[in-house]
Design a protein around this ligand. Sequence first.
Ligand code: GN1
Ligand code: MG
Length: 560
Amino acid sequence: MAAIQNLLEASSLFPIPSGLSFSYGTAGFRSDASVLSSTVFRSAVVAALRSLATGATVGLMITASHNPVGDNGVKIADPDGGMMTQRWEPFADRVANAPDPHSLVQLIVQFAEEEDIPLGGMKSSEILLGRDTRPSGEALLEDAKKGISAVAGVVAVDMGILTTPQLHWMVRSRNKGMKASEFDYFSQIANSFRCLIDLVPKELLKNKVEGKLIVDGANGVGGGKLEELKVMLTGLEIEIRNVGRDGGVLNEGVGADYVQKEKVAPSGFGSADVGTRCASLDGDADRLVYFRVLSPSSNTIDLVDGDKILSLFAVFIKEQLSILNKKENKDIASGLPARLGIVQTAYANGASTDYLKQLGLEVVFTPTGVKYLHKKASEYDIGIYFEANGHGTVLFSEDFISRLEAKQKELASSCAGSEYHNAALRLLAVTQLINQAVGDALSGLLLVEAVLQYFGWSIQRWSELYHDLPSRQLKVKVADRTAVVTANAETQVVKPLGLQAVIDAETVKHSRGRCFIRPSGTEDIIRVYAEASTQEAADSLAQSVVQHVASVLGSGNPQK
Ligand SMILES: CC(=O)N[C@H]1[C@@H](OP(=O)(O)O)O[C@H](CO)[C@@H](O)[C@@H]1O
Ligand SMILES: [Mg+2]
């Protein structure tokens, strides 16, 4: 068949580098950019098959997020704008590692048969392509285009340089038959932000949140995009630094991952910024953390991480729901019942979980990686999920949105402008503002700003919602990280046998001690996380577990 011959010829131009193996991991394939040509080509083939299988538009993003500038990566967005279904990950792995074009094509033909995917070009579909600002992105994007055109019937639409969440948003919008350009993205979030600001209760306007927001763009794609968005915003003063134009290197001493893991101010921030509300994006702008520089003489910060962003959103949404469901609300026959769920991972600070539970909220845990959190959050009417590192969003079920729209209409005719009506309008604006496809630093940032204005809170007041337990994260390089197998949302080691008992024995030595280890899905290391009532105790717990891990698994080399 011509289609098969075509695929065979195209793939023979992309030999896989010898001695390497690729894994779809926590968030797509990532590696040194110089070895990724064949992986990107083959991932594009997988994306094309995915779009034929679903009969819908699929996305392919070239990014390595917070990794160093020399790395790159590729991930696939499913038709709903979320991460590619986990069911296809083993196939993506086999495709990436097939030793030669013949075995690759054989694998594809067999999979296409099993999944009933038409390979002969009888069906047509499209892939939206995006990339971040990495210098290697341009050439890799060309490789992706070749992968797509190797599959008959599928066309590539190059959307240019984008943040990862923009691409996911576009895929989702396209498949819903909605406008899906970058301008549409900016318009939707700028308009819904304006709507939330207009709905700030007048009596609270006097508590106006002081001063401007300063944003660290990680020298990545987010800073430039925020500059474009900024001109469409009213009611917010933003200064953007580390946009990547003045010689700064992507993710080097800057960005959300650095700020969250090192707990220091990014480069370009210093004594002049003490006390100011600051935020940091990661390299592809799907993560967001806030911080405040504490002292003119050091770069220590008060970190306001993903757990606190989650808590802020939870408090706000809970308040709007309780306004709508007030017993004395005579204007509506029934309230607006909603199942609100909070989703965290084991990296969530224990103090945040305690706080959220004290608010009476349902908190559940999943393994690391937004693909797990997102899925869990989508089981609720409103699901709020965040990783401590600042990746997360708020998901609203279709059913809840239609009930909310109906309620809004009902209130508009019975009591327009009442607190009930305003609460419904606020929730509707949140459904428009916060990215429904994936965690998005730009839309998350605008929701944080709108909620701070609503409450009239400074960053300091927000940060005082609860006090983080001191924590420490370390990495250990070991001979084979896959030797570690975990269970219970990664909080327990099941293999190697005996290691969990050793971790437990160290943990009980410390007041409020909590510690777990897991193999990273994005780096060739084991991560160690420890928490305790003092920083010294958290450090010492993490350090001693690092040593045990190294001695059980071989070759320890603790790094921050
Ligand atoms: C501790 C940590 O921050 N882990 C990150 C990191 O995954 P690892 O599997 O831990 O390397 O990158 C993922 C993708 O960005 C992100 O989802 C996750 O939270
Ligand atoms: Mg990222």
